[in-house]
Design a protein around this ligand. Structure first.
Ligand SMILES: NC(=O)c1ccc[n+]([C@@H]2O[C@H](COP(=O)([O-])OP(=O)(O)OC[C@H]3O[C@@H](n4cnc5c(N)ncnc54)[C@H](O)[C@@H]3O)[C@@H](O)[C@H]2O)c1
Length: 361
C-alpha cells in the first residue's frame, strides 16, 4: 500500500499522524510511506528521521496526494487540502463531520472512503480519540487556571486556594476520558470539583479520584445551580458521531460570575454550551456574557510533541490493518467508516444528516 502522511495546515496544528518509528514498522511490513517535507518538524521529528527509516520525502502536497492511496493525517481536511483528494483515496483522520456539514458534503461529492478516528470503536472504547481527549482534559484545567488570572481578564482566583483563602469550583459536564482527566488535574490542584454524567459507573470513578470530587446526575436544575457557582466550567460530553447535546443555556452562562472561565472541549462536535463557538490557537478566547470562553477545536495541537507520540502509538495498529487486504472485514475499522463512494454510511452520521431517531443538539 502507498501511504501518504501530509503536513497539517490547520492553524497552529503541530501534530503529525505517525512518528518515524511507526513509519519504520509500516516499511518493514512492505508498505511504501511518503511524507510531506516538514510534516513532523513541530513535533520534533525532522525529515531526515523519516528518510532514515525508509520513508520517501516527496516534493510537496500535490505530489504526496497524487502518489498515495491511503492518506493518514491528524485533523479533518481544510480548504487547501480538499483539491488534492480523489475518489480512490482512503482518508484516515479526525473528521467530526456532525460539526462540519460543509466538509461532509464536499467529501461525499469527492466520493472517497473516509474513516474517522473519533468513531473507531474497539473493545467498547474509542482508542484513537482517547489519548487526545486525555490531553485536552488536562489542558482545559491548565488553560483555565491561567485565564482565571486577573491580567488575563479572569476573576483573580487561585484555583486550588490556600490556607485563609477559598478553593475555586470546577464544574465538568461529561465524566468520560476528557472530563475524567480534567477532574483529576483540578482535584490535584486542590479545587472543589463537581462532575455530571448520565452513567453511574463514571460518577463512581470520579468520586474515587479525591474526596473533593462529587459525581452527580445531570438534572437540569442541579446543573444550572452548579454552573452558576463555577469558576471554571468544562464541557466534555460526547454522543459519538452526533452533534454534542446543548446542556448549558445562554441564560445559565449569564448567571456565572464575571471573569469566570468556560473551556468547552466538546466544541469539535459542536459544543455542549449555548455560547460556545469554535476558535483556533490564533485567537483562542472570546468573552460572552462576561465569561471568558476557550473553545479551540484542536487543543492537543498546542502540545504537539506529546500529542503526536500518543496518537502515533494508538494509530499504528489500525493503519497496519487498514493497509491490509482484509480491512473491510475488520469490525473496528468498519465503525470508523463515515463516508464511502458518495454515501454517508456511519449510522450516527446518517442520523445527523439524513434524519433519524437519535437525539439532535
Ligand atoms: N477540542 C479538542 O481539541 C478535543 C480534543 C479531544 C477530544 N475532544 C472532544 O471531547 C469530547 C469528549 O470526548 P471523550 O473522549 O471524553 O468522550 P467519552 O465518550 O469518553 O466521554 C463522554 C461522556 O459524556 C457523557 N455524556 C453523554 N451525554 C451526556 C449528557 N447528556 N449529560 C451528561 N453526560 C453525558 C457520557 O456518558 C460519557 O461519559 C468529544 O466531543 C471529543 O471529540 C475535543
Amino acid at each position: 500500500m502507498r501511504i501518504g502522511i501530509p503536513r497539517e495546515i490547520k492553524a497552529r496544528e503541530g501534530r503529525v499522524a505517525l512518528v518515524p518509528a511507526a513509519c519504520a514498522e509500516l516499511v518493514r511490513a512492505g508498505h511504501e510511506v511518503r511524507v510531506q517535507p516538514g510534516a513532523g518538524l513541530a513535533s520534533g521529528y525532522a525529515d531526515a528521521a523519516y528518510a532514515a527509516v525508509g520513508a520517501h520525502i516527496v516534493a510537496d502536497a500535490p505530489t504526496l496526494y497524487a502518489e498515495s492511496t491511503l492518506i493518514v493525517k491528524v485533523k479533518e481536511p481544510v480548504a487547501d487540502d480538499l483539491p488534492h483528494l480523489r475518489a480512490d483515496h482512503r482518508l484516515f483522520c479526525f473528521l467530526h463531520l456532525a460539526a462540519e456539514r460543509e466538509l461532509a458534503v464536499r467529501l461525499r461529492d469527492i466520493g472517497l472512503t473516509a474513516l474517522a478516528f473519533e468513531t473507531l470503536r474497539d473493545g467498547g472504547g474509542l482508542p484513537l480519540l482517547a489519548p487526545m481527549s486525555e490531553i485536552a482534559g488536562k489542558l482545559s484545567v491548565q488553560v483555565g487556571t491561567h485565564l482565571l488570572h486577573q491580567p488575563m481578564g479572569g476573576r483573580g482566583l487561585l484555583l486550588g486556594g490556600l490556607a485563609g483563602a477559598e478553593r475555586g469550583h470546577v464544574v465538568v459536564i461529561g465524566a468520560g476520558v476528557a472530563g475524567g482527566a480534567a477532574a483529576g488535574v483540578a482535584a490535584a490542584l486542590g479545587a472543589r470539583v463537581t462532575v455530571f454524567d448520565l452513567l453511574r459507573e463514571r460518577l463512581s470513578a470520579m468520586r474515587a479520584l479525591a474526596p473533593s470530587v462529587s459525581g452527580l446526575h445531570p438534572y437540569v436544575d442541579a446543573m444550572a445551580e452548579a454552573v452558576a457557582d463555577a469558576d471554571l466550567l468544562i464541557g466534555a460530553v460526547l454522543v459519538p458521531g452526533r452533534h454534542a447535546p446543548r446542556l448549558v443555556t445562554r441564560e445559565t452562562v449569564r448567571g456565572m460570575r464575571p471573569g469566570s472561565v468556560i473551556a468547552d472541549i466538546s466544541v469539535d462536535q459542536g459544543g455542549c454550551i449555548e455560547t460556545t463557538r469554535p476558535t483556533s490557537y490564533d485567537a483562542p478566547t472570546y468573552v460572552d456574557e462576561g465569561v471568558q470562553h476557550f473553545c479551540v477545536t484542536n487543543m492537543p495541537g498546542g502540545v504537539p510533541r506529546s500529542s503526536t507520540q500518543a496518537l502515533s502509538a494508538a494509530l499504528l495498529p489500525y493503519v497496519l490493518r487498514l493497509a491490509g487486504p482484509e480491512w473491510e472485514r475488520d469490525a473496528a475499522l468498519m465503525e470508523a467508516v463515515n463516508l464511502c463512494a458518495g454515501r454517508y454510511v456511519h449510522p450516527a452520521i446518517r442520523a445527523e444528516f439524513e434524519g433519524g431517531d437519535l437525539a439532535g443538539p
